[in-house]
Write a protein that binds this ligand. Structure first.
Ligand code: BGC
Length: 414
């Protein structure tokens, strides 16, 4: 199948996961706490901060015509109200590098990490944070907006809600105690009370959700005020939510809390960014773990590439917006399974296009094996491997396979 002419084929990364030495960010603090919940610190990551030129050139050579990366708020505004021109220039050079290779950049303004001072002020449950985020968005667009066509405000705005509803209750009592101790120690490190402790991922309260939604809306307005024609959207973690017999009410309840509340706000945007990794199944008791014996990824997700089509259809129907798949991929050490995953996921994209849906692009997560948050460097989502000692890049067969499809703009359905 021939894809639409302007179709965006890209890979995605997030600053903290690839740049290295993000020392002014809240995550850096969390990673270095005594008895931290992080397996290992991000450290130099894959040193994308210095190696972006070669990295972007390599992605272009592989066949991709777009690159989604995030701008690090903690670098651009390391102190409340101080904007670093040098850091903005760094991101300007990244954008110029993309454009010089004929790649359209897509910029994410927030991908999980925030400046330390944001958390010290009360983080993502503090109403003021929304305005501070919009001020940062305005400054980024003022300095860089002329080089950008696509902006994602906040990556996976529904992740804190997901942590509240799925991840936390799913852990053993022992892990919950460990988590509480970690949060108490972390709150102290930021000199806030435990109630006020709210890095993005920890803003699990309803108030946190509202601040995050407000931050999105204010940031959209800020971007549009700088340049009205930039395409702006949110990205959401959207599992394909499936009900087994009798599980419909549970499915609908969780889908409302985790997806609909956010999709309703997204309706006012230019596109919806769909990020899908697997499906979630629901029975009358609630969410079900993957069935015994099914193939699981390094993350413990069911290997279910067909989830993408379901999530895309749901998001498009709900919002009537153009869809961009802003992340899709798999953590696996078996690159042949990665190819199989992408093959079946792309079949879903083709089905959506054949059904007449407005799908604008597809971004694989991720360009590189990188820092997978609390799990450290063990999970490998990359199309490109990185030697942790030498930082040498090694292109995996999956990168060539997907790059060829991108280059041809054709997917052979077989
Ligand atoms: C996030 C990425 C993460 C990926 C794989 C997404 O939820 O946006 O930062 O690395 O999933 O877990």
């Amino acid at each position: 199948m021939q894809f639409p002419q302007e179709f965006l084929w890209g890979t995605a990364t997030a600053a903290h996961q690839v740049e290295g030495n993000n020392v002014n960010s809240d995550f850096w603090v969390l990673e270095h706490l005594p008895h931290t919940m992080f397996t290992e610190p991000s450290g130099d990551a894959v040193d994308h901060y210095h190696r972006y030129r070669d990295d972007i050139a390599l992605l272009a050579e592989l066949g991709f015509n777009s690159y989604r990366f995030s701008i690090e708020w903690a670098r651009v505004e390391p102190e409340d109200g101080f904007f670093s021109k040098a850091m903005l220039d760094h991101y300007r050079r990244m954008l110029e590098t993309c454009l010089s290779h004929g790649m359209k950049p897509m910029v994410t303004l927030h991908h999980f990490t925030s400046p330390r001072w944001v958390v010290a002020q009360g983080g993502w449950t503090h109403a003021e944070t929304a305005a501070k985020f919009a001020r940062y968005a305005a400054r980024v667009m003022h300095d860089l907006g002329d080089l950008v066509e696509y902006v994602c405000t906040i990556n996976e705005m529904n992740i804190p809600t997901m942590a509240k509803l799925f991840w936390r209750p799913d852990t053993s009592e022992e892990v919950q105690i460990q988590q509480r101790a970690f949060e108490m120690r972390a709150a102290k490190a930021f000199a806030v009370s435990r109630e006020q402790f709210a890095p993005f991922m920890f803003a699990v309260s309803e108030q946190g959700r509202d601040v995050i939604l407000d931050a999105h809306q204010q940031a959209v307005a800020a971007v549009k005020a700088e340049r009205g024609d930039i395409q702006v959207g949110m990205t959401l973690a959207l599992a394909d939510m499936q009900a087994l017999e009798g599980g419909e009410i549970m499915r609908d309840y969780f889908r409302h809390e985790l997806q609909d509340v956010f999709l309703e706000v997204a309706r006012a945007d230019d596109f919806i960014g769909v990020q899908t990794y697997t499906r979630d199944r629901f029975g009358p008791e609630g969410r079900l773990p993957p069935e015994e014996g099914v193939e699981q990824t390094q993350m413990g997700y069911e290997f279910w590439p067909e989830a993408l089509e379901g999530a895309m259809r749901y998001a498009a129907e709900f919002t009537s917006l153009p869809v961009i798949v802003t992340e899709n991929g798999i953590g696996t050490e078996d690159d042949a399974r990665r190819i199989e995953y992408y093959r079946r996921a792309l079949q879903g994209v083709v089905n959506c296009l054949n059904a007449g849906m407005d799908v604008r692009g597809y971004y694989a997560w991720s360009a590189f094996d990188n820092f997978e948050w609390m799990m450290g460097y063990r999970p490998t989502f990359g199309l490109i491997a990185v030697d942790r000692e030498t930082q040498m890049r090694a292109v995996k067969p999956s990168a060539r396979w997907l790059g060829e499809i991108a280059k041809a703009n054709v997917f052979d359905e077989k």
